[in-house]
Design a protein around this ligand. Structure first.
Ligand SMILES: [Fe+2]
Ligand SMILES: [Fe+2]
Length: 468
């Protein structure tokens, strides 16, 4: 079978000899990477997966049993709109770019490589999790996320191969060479080098870290570089499920913890084999703060340049804003000046990372409200919260300074003496890991998490989502 017949696509691969040649070399390396770094122990099992085989309503969500290595990694872009125009910045209203604007070539390649690097990284982080799945439903969701992250890597590699020539091909090879957490050749972003070795980590990761991905993709989906915009638009349709897995996953843990707290004489979920609220809170603090870093510095000339060039917009740029030039406005943000918190006014375009981060925080707060309702409904007094956006930051204005979870500036010594209250300790992680035993009979679920309110694609929770 010809290569272009094996790769479902809507980029006219059968006619594009150059792209075919590039993919022909890359595909075997990708499959080798998947065998080496993809989910361990389940490669020959039938999994009830959604596969995109086209971009229309029918084709993008095709459900069937598939063995993961046989998943059809495709290349899909949202169909082009006629007469599309640059939607913001200095070139507002001009025809969209079909090629990479020369002066932004390096920067754009960097953005695509950085996004691309996160996709295989998360597969690597999650590769052992199948062995301790809380249910077949969750196992299937893990694998769905994994194969789609693999496909997202394809999406970015398509752009590198298609638009960046020789250096694009080198970058595409390097995406398969870095490894999450490897000290010599780590993944680019720190959140993607953190271990994700228990299911509470997985749910927090898909809740908080994948959600950063949603906002980055949404900003790039506005791009005036049309192939990038259309690629990201299609990725967002898949990403929604990953966020669902994370948000409902943490929510189900909270729900179960609340039940166990009520059942226990001392109100202690741990006594009955659950995860205590304070551990859930620490995991939230950890993943939320690392994920905030992914938006970049609060004040950024890069963000201004990218907006001006029409390459990276704001969240829902077209629906949410009237002024798409944004050249005049200013934005007041909190910074550290002479060791103290201060307000500073900066040109709006320089604050766009912070503007995007603000959208993300609002979205996280919405989920938090939902989780807290589970606690209230169960009659538990305590509530979960998001820590201050200054807490535990490693990038931007607050990096190198120390804050408590309310955002008060404290000394390094105070932070170090109190961090076990705020961030997971080795004992917390070991305790959570001690609960992780696979529940693999259809309809069975681990004790520390509540079942989902519905199954996948109208199937019941008891459905055999993975045939073991
Ligand atoms: Fe992704
Ligand atoms: Fe994702």
């Amino acid at each position: 079978m010809e290569l272009y017949e094996r790769i479902p696509n809507n980029v006219n691969l059968s006619q594009d000899k150059r792209l075919q040649r590039a993919l022909e070399k890359w595909l075997p390396n990708y499959l080798e990477w998947w065998r080496e770094m993809g989910p361990e122990g389940f490669q020959d099992k039938d999994v009830y997966l959604r596969t995109a085989v086209g971009v229309d309503a029918e084709g993008w969500a095709n459900f069937d049993y598939v063995k993961m290595p046989d998943y059809r990694w495709g290349i899909f872009l949202k169909p082009a709109e006629a007469d599309a125009r640059v939607g913001f910045g200095d070139n507002y209203g001009m025809p969209v770019y079909q090629e990479v604007p020369g002066e932004f070539r390096n920067a754009l390649r960097r953005i695509i490589v950085t996004q691309g690097d996160t996709e295989p990284a998360s597969v690597e982080q999650q590769r052992q999790l199948g062995k301790t799945c809380p249910s077949l439903y969750d196992l299937r969701n893990l694998f769905q996320v994994n194969v789609e992250e693999g496909r997202h890597l394809w999406a970015m590699v398509y752009l590198l191969h298609g638009y960046f020539g020789r250096d694009g091909r080198d970058e595409a090879d390097a995406l398969l060479e870095r490894r999450s957490g490897n000290p010599d050749r780590p993944r680019i972003l720190e959140a993607f080098n953190q271990p994700c070795d228990d299911w509470l980590n997985f749910f927090c990761f898909t809740m908080f870290t994948d959600r950063d991905g949603k906002y980055q993709l949404a900003a790039l989906a506005e791009s005036g570089f049309e192939p990038l915009a259309r690629t990201c638009q299609f990725m967002l349709t898949e990403e929604a499920h990953h966020l669902f897995v994370g948000e409902t996953g943490v929510g189900r843990v909270v729900k179960r913890t609340a039940e166990l707290m009520k059942q226990s004489k001392d109100g202690d979920a741990r006594e009955l084999g659950g995860i205590s609220l304070d551990i859930i809170q620490k995991y939230i603090n950890f993943w939320f703060s690392y994920s905030l870093d992914l938006f970049g510095g609060e004040i950024s000339s890069n963000s201004a340049d990218f907006f001006a060039a029409g390459l990276k917009g704001r969240f829902k740029e077209q629906d949410q804003y009237e002024d798409h030039i944004a050249a005049e406005g200013s934005f007041t943000l909190t910074v550290v000046e002479d060791g103290k918190l201060a307000q500073r006014e900066v040109p709006l375009r320089n604050a766009l990372n912070e503007v995007l981060r603000g959208e993300y925080v609002k979205d996280c707060e919405r989920a938090m409200t939902r989780w807290n309702k589970y606690l209230t409904d169960a009659g538990v007094d305590a509530q979960l919260y998001l820590p201050s956006t200054r807490f535990h930051r490693h990038v931007g204005e607050f990096a190198g300074h120390y804050f408590d979870v309310q955002g008060n500036m404290i000394t390094k010594e105070e932070f170090e003496s109190r961090q076990s209250e705020w961030l997971p300790t080795i004992e917390d992680r070991e305790y959570v890991r001690s609960l992780m035993h696979a529940a693999t009979e259809p309809g069975k679920i681990a004790n520390w998490i509540a079942p989902p309110s519905a199954g996948i694609k109208g199937k019941p929770f008891e459905f055999e989502y993975v045939r073991l």
